[in-house]
Design a protein around this ligand. Structure first.
Ligand code: SAM
Length: 202
């Protein structure tokens, strides 16, 4: 029994280490890990919108929106004068997100890789990147694409949630944002879920 347990722990650790070197998008069958009481408690949609300073009328890009867990509350918060675009690689994630967003006219979803998808340049006030960083094959390329899509003075808000196998630490997040041309603009949250905000220089 003890050997079995040790083998399971070692396999788990090896799996996490492999994932950190070989990023893969969170499979759709694991979507339930995005929406559960723990994630809701430490990184619920409303709290993340507060951390990012989402307000009425904003144009928001939700990169790697998954099932729309944060996209839909964002659309409600920006209201009819604002707009939210949820972008994700996986059409099946977007199918779930669209279902959740039924009835909202200020949200649209785009399928594609953030690095390759043409986005309106200088269009968005804010980009959210929640639990996505570690899954990106080309992190710098992704943040540069987000940089182009934001208006001068626009905000990038990156959140990481502990428990995610590809969780990145605050320092790594900050370095990455700055290397993509953003200016550090503060942070919030705890070890369990932190948000680092950046500004695109004017
Ligand atoms: C862990 S989920 C997080 C979903 C959502 N942000 C949330 O907090 O519930 C990460 C999502 O990022 C998407 N993703 C990964 N790499 C991507 C890329 N290069 N471009 C667009 N989406 C990507 C995955 O398909 C997945 O749905």
């Amino acid at each position: 029994m003890k050997r079995l347990l040790t083998a399971a722990v070692l396999a788990g650790v090896a799996g996490v280490l492999w994932l950190r070197r070989n990023p893969v998008p969170c499979p759709v069958w694991l979507a339930f890990v995005l929406e559960n009481p723990y994630v809701e408690r430490v990184a619920g949609g409303a709290a993340l919108l507060d951390r990012a300073g989402v307000r009425t009328g904003m144009r928001v890009l939700d990169v790697g929106c998954g099932t729309g867990r944060v996209t839909v509350p964002a659309a409600r918060r920006v209201g009819p004068a604002g707009e939210v675009v949820g972008l994700d690689l996986q059409p099946e994630m977007l199918r779930r997100a669209r279902r959740k967003a039924r009835g909202l006219s200020n949200v649209r979803f785009v399928a594609g890789d953030v690095v390759e998808t043409p986005l309106e340049e200088g269009y968005f006030d804010l980009a959210l990147v929640v639990g996505v960083l570690g899954e990106l094959r080309d992190r710098e390329g992704a943040l540069r694409a987000v940089h182009r899509a934001l208006r001068p003075g626009g905000l990038l808000s990156i959140t990481e949630v502990f428990g995610d196998p590809d969780y990145r630490g605050r320092r790594a997040v900050r370095e990455l944002g700055e290397s993509a041309g953003f200016r550090y603009a503060g942070e919030a949250g705890s070890f369990l879920s932190f948000t680092v905000n950046f500004k695109k220089p004017i």
